[in-house]
Design a protein around this ligand. Structure first.
Ligand SMILES: Nc1ncnc2c1ncn2[C@@H]1O[C@H](COP(=O)(O)OP(=O)(O)OP(=O)(O)O)[C@@H](O)[C@H]1O
Length: 369
């Protein structure tokens, strides 16, 4: 990513479909050269944002600026923006080279230049030698690469990708995620990627926008989104999370509070001021819980006794469903170490659950979106 120059700016966008306000006062800045992902559940408005940028839809109000220029009056085909669709949308009767060169031919580029640029684009997506194949002679992953080559050959300022990998199987998808990221770095083009897959968003992006009901919930690096979700929607949409309902007892240091979780006193660090008596959620990722295989509560620690209800081995981790004695269920994920004598696989094994101070994340209760 280059320094933070805003390339694309959406300002107070309003978009209605009939009576439905899909986007209301929606604003967003995307930086030059970044891999930006729009993540959210089905129907939240992700594709609408992409289609507005592409010029396939017009906003009812608001402005879209590209490189400082208002692009409202510029038609889709004249915007320096290309889209890679989930369906690939290749021309079935044209070979790979003709598919990739189509946009250049339409733009009246000279034949020799087309040949050269098609060849360069196919090299980027590692499809040299496939020029004469027809789409039906390609695998899903290869079709996807042709679709990407066809977009990057136009040298757009922004490449829009709409769920572009979702038709691929899991393994190929992971491989293409890596490749997309490499292509983006190599070309330095700004990518705006739309997905409802949180793993994909975290693994590829420089920054992620989490959306719900047409509203931005949080924008940040994958790490910020995962480790410091701003509200309960982001916390629960991104990965698994354990939620403890807690009440603030007192402030023990600057923005550090003693909270009460079901009669257990814990320390919680917040990024905002809290008042005694206030209700909060204390959030812990499954991998941040500390699980000890003991029968009794250690005298020097505040935590929770419980038992293991379910186990699943993922190859990397041993994941457990734990039921605390108070009835609350938690998910934990431990790196697997067969040699650890305290490690116990048994269902119903008694456990002591705690966490290291500071690994928790606090959000205000009631902030569901
Ligand atoms: N052309 C249209 N006419 C009427 N309603 C539409 C139209 N396009 C989208 N919508 C509605 O706007 C809302 C947002 O749709 P959008 O396609 O942007 O969501 P999305 O987040 O991309 O969803 P998905 O992940 O399912 O593709 C949805 O409620 C959808 O039904």
């Amino acid at each position: 990513m280059t320094d933070n120059n805003v390339l694309l700016s959406l300002r107070n966008i309003i978009k209605r479909f009939g009576p439905q306000d899909v986007l209301s006062e929606f604003s967003l800045d995307i930086y030059d050269g970044e891999f930006f992902t729009i993540l959210g559940p089905s129907g939240c408005g992700k594709t609408t944002v992409l289609r507005l940028i592409a010029g396939f839809e017009d906003a009812d109000d608001g402005k879209i600026m590209l490189d400082g220029q208002d692009i409202a009056g510029i038609s889709a085909e004249r915007r320096p923006v290309n889209t890679v669709f989930q369906s690939y949308a290749l021309f079935p009767h044209m070979n790979v080279a003709d598919n990739v060169g189509y946009g250049l031919r339409m733009a009246g580029v000279a034949k020799a230049d087309i040949k050269q640029r098609v060849s360069e684009a196919l090299a980027v997506v590692e499809l040299k030698g496939f020029e004469l194949r027809k789409p039906h002679q390609l695998s899903g992953g290869q079709k996807q690469r042709v679709a990407i080559a066809r977009a990057i050959v136009m040298k757009p300022k922004v490449l829009l990708l709409d769920e572009s990998l979702s038709a691929l199987d899991h393994k190929l998808r992971q491989q293409m995620q890596m490749e997309l990221k490499q292509i983006q770095r190599q070309l330095g083009i700004t990518f705006v990627y739309v997905t409802h897959d949180q793993e994909e968003a975290l693994s590829m992006s420089d920054r992620v926008l989490v959306m719900n009901h047409g509203q931005a919930q949080q924008i940040g690096s994958p790490r910020e989104i995962y480790e410091a979700p701003r509200n309960m929607f982001v916390a629960s949409f991104i990965g698994e999370i354990n939620v403890f309902d807690a009440t603030v007892v007192s402030e023990t240091a600057e923005l550090t509070y003693q909270v009460d979780i079901n009669g257990v006193a814990k320390t919680a660090h917040a990024e905002f001021r809290l008042e005694p008596g206030e209700a909060v959620h204390v959030l812990l990722r499954p991998e941040d819980l500390r699980i000890e295989y003991i029968e009794d509560q250690p005298s020097d620690e505040q935590g929770f006794l419980g038992k293991v209800l379910e186990r699943s081995y993922t190859g990397k981790t041993l994941d457990s469903l734990i039921e605390l004695d108070c009835g609350k269920q938690l998910r934990s994920s431990e790196f697997f170490n067969e040699d650890d004598p305290s490690f116990d696989y048994r269902i119903n094994q008694r456990v002591w659950v705690s966490w290291i101070d500071g690994w928790e994340h606090v959000v205000k209760a009631g902030e569901l979106s």
